[in-house]
Design a binder for this molecule. Structure first.
Ligand code: 7PM
Length: 277
């Protein structure tokens, strides 16, 4: 596994798991404060995540959220760019959750260091948008498309199929000029997967280490944790921190989470038991 992730101007050691805090930049339907209010809220939340120990911030304008309404490129940029500009001064690497090449280019120009693409750079122009920059990329597996993917997901061997897809996307990205030191892979928990598929992937996470890229895991508050615990989305903090810890133990090097403090505590207990801090 790559010991270091080259991420724009940053070099991130992957020796220990890093925490990626989730920042949603979405219109607040309960306020009429408008765009400035949305952006200001997102920036304030992001600062709290850094305060709580986030190593990376993942900024999303909701275009790629499963089940969400598609958002135009213009609207996505209007939401995200002001937040990226405001957070660039925090000296924390900024990741952008987008599938759109122009959003990639514009946010990288505004200071983003990592592109988190749930479509693994398959959109026309996406490979070049990242290759032309120094930004890193997260290549994620998804079966189907967000609107319909949870309808009837099927696999022969889910681990083999997700692994082969990611191996192919790593090869394509490398051929386009994106070196392995700039690539992270992600099995895409919940993206066209039933509970049994998600559990098989979590158990076998270490097998993705042979791709020569850091592994990212996004389990935070997901419905699989609701199925396991019977808890609604707002009450899945303990389950999320536990799942993040298990992913880290199985080799994940970046943990995409909402609950940064709880995740940090879980990792601290693990590190103490291992005698590594
Ligand atoms: C509704 C359902 C809203 C699911 C939001 C989601 C991942 C991601 C997301 C992930 C990477 C969420 C997801 N999940 N990017 N973006 N990996 N790389 O729970 O697992 O945040 S959106």
């Amino acid at each position: 596994m790559a010991p270091e992730l080259h991420c724009g101007n940053y070099r991130l050691s992957l020796e220990r798991p890093l925490i990626m805090g989730i920042v949603n930049v979405t219109p607040d339907s309960f306020s009429d404060g408008g765009r400035h209010f949305d952006a200001a809220q997102a920036v304030a939340h992001a600062r709290q995540l850094v305060e709580a120990g986030a190593d990376i911030l993942d900024i999303g304008g909701e275009s790629s959220r499963p089940g969400a309404q598609p958002v135009s490129e213009e609207e996505e940029l209007r939401r995200i760019v002001p937040v990226v500009e405001a957070l660039a001064e925090l000296r924390v690497p900024l990741s952008i959750d987008t599938v759109k090449p122009q959003v990639m280019r514009r946010t990288i120009a505004a200071g983003a260091s990592l592109i988190n693409d749930i479509a693994a750079l398959q959109a026309p122009g996406a490979l070049r948008a990242v290759a032309d920059s120094g930004a890193a990329v997260c290549l994620m597996h998804m079966q189907g498309e967000p609107r319909t993917m949870q309808g009837d997901p099927r696999y022969g061997d889910v681990v083999a199929e997700v692994h082969d897809f990611l191996a192919q996307r790593v090869a394509v990205a490398q051929a386009a000029g994106i070196g392995r030191e700039r690539i992270v892979v992600d099995p895409g928990f919940g993206f066209g997967k039933r509970l049994e598929h998600n559990l098989a992937l979590l158990r076998a996470l270490a097998r993705f280490g042979d791709l020569g890229a850091g592994v990212l895991a996004g389990l935070s508050r997901k419905s699989m944790l609701g199925e396991i615990t019977g808890r609604k989305v707002g009450l899945r903090e303990t389950a999320s921190a536990t799942a993040a810890l298990l992913a880290a133990r199985n080799g994940a090097r970046i943990l995409r989470v909402h609950d940064v403090a709880a995740t940090r505590d879980a990792l601290a207990v693990w590190a103490a038991v291992e005698g590594t801090r």
